[in-house]
Design a protein around this ligand. Sequence first.
Ligand SMILES: Cc1ncc(COP(=O)(O)O)c(C=O)c1O
Ligand SMILES: [Zn+2]
Length: 403
Amino acid sequence: MYKLRCISCGKIYEPSRDLYTCPHCGERMGTLEIIYDYEKINVKKSDFYPEGDISQFSKILPINDYAVQLKVGGTPLYKFKNILGIKELLIKYDGTNPTASYKDRATAIAVSKAYEFDYDTIYCASTGNAASSLAGLTAPTKLNTYIFVPASAPIAKIAQLYVYGAHVIQIDGTYDEAFDISMEVGKRLNWYSRNSAINPYLLEGKKTGALEVIIQNNFEPPDVVFVGVGDGTVISSIFKGFFDFYNLGLIKKIPKIIGIQAKNADAIIRTFEKGKPYIPTDITSTTIADSISVGKPRDVIKACKYVEKSGGTFLRVSDEEILKAISELARFSGVFGEPAGAASYAGLKKAIELDLVGKDEKICIFVTGNGLKDIKSVEKLIKPTKVKPYLDDVLSFINEVKS
Ligand SMILES: Cc1ncc(COP(=O)(O)O)c(C=O)c1O
Ligand SMILES: [Zn+2]
């Protein structure tokens, strides 16, 4: 039903239990794409539902059986008119997934594959969201779960791990270091890897976000899409979702995809800007948007190639712009995104500033994580005012705040 193809050398592989990346090109350059014979897939628009979970896409997912009980996907697509002068702004909000981020889409597929490949243990390294997602979605299963996170991850994300009962290994180091050591341990102990980019099936789960945008917008793809970028898997998956539906004849065009990185966590942009052939440029990253604080992005090659194919680009935003975007977005839409989630809105503002989008274009921003996952970053907005419980005090306080 599907095969795997190396993003660099193009060699095609049959699926197998231990195949993660192209043995010729290595883990970084040789990430694998899942390819389908679209002629043999028989789907029509009426097969899909706006609120269905991601199992509704099983004909274009690389799994035999869907093994997750919690409702993943079917998240809301909100529509706003005349925001920033844009005719129609779509917001795909994934904070309503079971563990409150986009990562649940990938984890659902990883869990299904772990069963299919007969593993009893699964692991991942993560900036926090993939970790909490794996901990949450495996909680009701028989899989043993090991999580490698930087000890600096936001406390809410770390709390999720312990509450769900995963084995937690808090690494005293960066996400990039947690990733490398997790790979060593996973190989040594023969565990199934849910590590970004290395596991080629994750991207297929994540592409369902784009498929839902199309379905929820009556099969009218947006003109331009914005999303925050760390390792580069989410942005690649969004392209792949549009690409699949385009090749299945369900949409007539693929939107331009614009990836947003924090100024001091811009490794993928550096690679993109150097041009082809794309060679990873690694950095030391720092940003308040912890989910996209990645210095050694694992899906950099796909991200660059797919964004280029879409006619899109990448933009940098500062931490201050991300913070401002969180509150602005929340105040007009009611959507409270974590920093990496609201980065897409900061990116949209930047694109307008740079005249990269027209006001008549249909824009979609992906808000990939729930703001409650990282309260510390919005601490500045919290005013520690106390009012005495007397009518006069409260009335004068109300007068003060309304002026
Ligand atoms: C909320 C959120 N947004 C965006 C991203 C970026 O995804 P990727 O690392 O695949 O580029 C992540 C990844 O952790 C995330 O958790
Ligand atoms: Zn290869």
